[in-house]
Design a protein around this ligand. Structure first.
Ligand SMILES: NC(=O)c1ccc[n+]([C@@H]2O[C@H](COP(=O)([O-])OP(=O)(O)OC[C@H]3O[C@@H](n4cnc5c(N)ncnc54)[C@H](O)[C@@H]3O)[C@@H](O)[C@H]2O)c1
Length: 246
């Protein structure tokens, strides 16, 4: 029996990319998935998952009260929250001198503030239940400088700080909180930031010589969400094909 079988897993960003891969892998392993996304496409993505008991919620997680509403709807329809995967995210690229206030604010609102609000809402349910798993997708951009990624990198570095504090506060309640930091992943977001020649140049810097596949990221998240990972908390697990080897 898998350590996530029967668990109730909220996956944000579940209409695309890594969120879809996580929802699929979790569903294959017997979890009940609550897929959340601002895109209506999350309904079809969740309907296509194997197994039963899944649920889709269309919500813009930057809206006031949205995270609490998602947690309440999940508790009502599924009966609890065992796992939260924060995958919803955006990237707005520009040289720092040219980045607009709107792009900075939008990036921080989705990548950091919404992830915190989801973690807080889920964390209330998890700490009361005495068990839980929170995994937030940061990025290699949390650790190293990437041109034009000032807002993105700041939002992802902040996730690491958030993760450590939540991990420490919730460890006595049986809740682990971790981040993962992928290199470029073959998704619409990865394509937006790394299309064409720029992408080929990046691949040449990754020792394994390619971008990550969403399924590879999902497999790491599934491990961190498993009962077996109870001793890992406050960690940032880098999954970058060796890009950040120094
Ligand atoms: N793809 C990469 O190269 C890469 C690398 C490192 C980290 N990441 C991170 O992984 C996560 C998933 O990225 P992806 O590549 O799957 O991207 P993606 O664009 O394929 O999917 C992101 C999903 O988040 C949803 N979303 C965005 N804003 C939202 C909001 N306000 N409310 C609800 N949903 C919202 C989008 O609708 C989309 O379905 C992101 O946090 C991203 O920063 C991606």
């Amino acid at each position: 029996m898998s350590g996530i079988e029967g668990r109730i897993a909220v996956v944000t960003g579940a209409a695309s990319g890594i969120g879809v891969a996580v929802a699929e892998l979790f569903a294959e392993r017997g979890a009940r998935v609550v897929g959340v996304d601002r895109s209506e496409a999350v309904r079809d993505a969740v309907a296509a998952l194997p197994g039963t008991g899944h649920h889709a919620i269309v919500a813009d997680l930057t809206a006031a009260g949205a995270a609490d509403a998602v947690a309440a709807e999940t508790a009502e329809t599924a009966g609890g929250i065992d796992i939260l995967v924060n995958s919803a995210g955006i990237v707005r690229l520009a040289p720092a001198l040219e980045l607009s206030d709107a792009d900075w604010d939008a990036t921080l609102a989705v990548n950091l503030t919404a992830a915190f609000r989801m973690a807080r809402a889920a964390g209330r349910v998890m700490t009361a239940a005495g068990r839980g798993r929170v995994v937030t997708i940061a990025s290699q951009a949390a650790l190293i400088a990437l041109d034009e990624h000032v807002a993105y990198g700041a939002s992802k570095a902040a996730i690491l700080g958030m993760t450590k504090v939540l991990a420490r506060e919730w460890a006595p309640s049986g809740v682990t909180v971790n981040a993962i930091s992928p290199t470029v992943v073959a998704t619409p977001l990865g394509e937006q930031a790394w299309a064409g020649e720029k992408g080929e140049a990046m691949k040449a810097l990754i020792p394994v010589g390619r971008f990550a596949q969403p399924r590879e990221i999902a497999a790491l998240i599934a491990y961190l969400a498993d009962d077996d990972a109870a001793m890992i908390t406050g960690e940032n697990v880098v999954i970058d094909g060796g890009y950040s080897i120094v």
